[in-house]
Design a protein around this ligand. Structure first.
Ligand code: AMP
Ligand code: MG
Length: 308
């Protein structure tokens, strides 16, 4: 049940008001940065016959209309690939629904409904997308420091300027150094953001491109926040050739029929591309220096908790 008094108190809280004002600025800076870099903004897809498999999430959000089954967007990865037919550089503030397991209720980082800045570039490689991510992140941080200094002072948040290029650490190195919980441990040690690169094939979804010169290794990356805030974004180069996509789907043990429509489109040709998804609530949380992601999100829905 929702405690109405508590709910209203949170909606009216100065802390949330401040976070939303910071988030409004962040969205503006991101949009200005990308428009300046010749991106086109596309509108989000909320339901579709096809969405990101994200095989970690056992429950699928489904809606039935007119006898057709639609899935609720877990990520717009396939729509981004297809949107490259329309424009060479695209981005979207894309709402995602992922039914995370309830044990993630108190991580401070997980919601079941969140928004990511999702972008994709035709013919790009990982190096280009990393450069873009670094430029975007450091610009956004430097602008928020300048414009929102009074708000940041109120919440006692001291943010440094971050100078690209950021350090790169391979997945293999990270696991060797920090063990299985490497994402958080690495993040706790960092004083500036760093890239985690080269995830093993079995750790990611079928659309992350395999390095042809190093079978089993993907041409992908995560950006990790400093200060223990964990993962900021995930992305990489994409598989775009039909036979490779099919073999990766099979390798995941997924039925090819469930991607029939996507495969038919891929057969007609996809562009080589690279891109990433950057969680907006997590960015706001990091900028505010808050522990709980629910403090930066109106109508926050934590895993396992009923919300408005
Ligand atoms: P992914 O493709 O799963 O890495 O998601 C892209 C980005 O969205 C992540 O790097 C996070 O910033 C954000 N994100 C993913 N899952 C969640 C979640 N459950 N709650 C809030 N943000 C999330
Ligand atoms: Mg990720």
């Amino acid at each position: 049940m929702i405690d109405i008094d508590k709910y209203l108190e949170q909606l009216k809280s100065p802390r949330l008001q401040l976070a939303i004002s910071i988030q409004t600025r962040l969205i503006t800076y991101i949009r200005e940065f990308l428009l300046e870099a010749s991106f086109k903004e596309i509108l989000p897809v909320i339901i579709s016959p096809v969405t990101d498999p994200l095989t970690d999430y056992r429950v699928r959000g489904e809606v039935e209309c007119y006898g057709f089954k639609y899935q609720i967007t877990k990520s717009m990865i396939f729509h981004k690939q297809l949107a490259l037919h329309t424009a060479p550089r695209i981005f979207c503030f894309s709402p995602n629904v992922r039914i995370e397991t309830a044990d993630r209720q108190n991580t401070g980082r997980h919601l079941i409904e969140f928004v990511q800045l999702d972008l994709e570039i035709r013919q790009a490689n990982r190096e280009e997308i990393i450069k873009l991510g670094e430029g975007l992140f450091s610009t956004v941080i430097s602008r928020i420091k300048q414009d929102a200094w009074a708000d940041l002072k109120t919440i006692k948040r001291e943010l440094p300027y971050f100078e690209p290029p950021f350090k790169k650490i391979t997945y293999e190195q990270a696991v060797k150094t920090y063990g299985q919980n490497f994402e958080l441990k690495l993040s706790e040690e960092l004083s500036e953001p760093a890239w985690l690169i080269d995830f093993p094939l079995e750790e990611r979804e079928f659309y992350d491109r395999q390095d042809e010169t190093r079978p089993g290794t993907l041409v992908d990356m995560d950006l990790i926040y400093p200060g223990g805030y964990g993962e900021a974004l995930s992305g990489g180069e994409r598989e775009y050739e039909l036979e490779k996509i099919k073999s990766r789907i099979r390798l995941k043990g997924i039925d090819l029929d469930s991607y029939d429509l996507y495969l038919k489109l891929a057969e007609r040709g996809l562009y080589p591309s690279a891109g990433f998804g950057f969680g907006l609530e997590r960015l706001t949380r990091f900028v505010c220096g808050f522990q709980d992601i629910a403090d930066v999100r109106l109508f926050a829905k934590k895993p396992g908790v009923y919300g408005l």
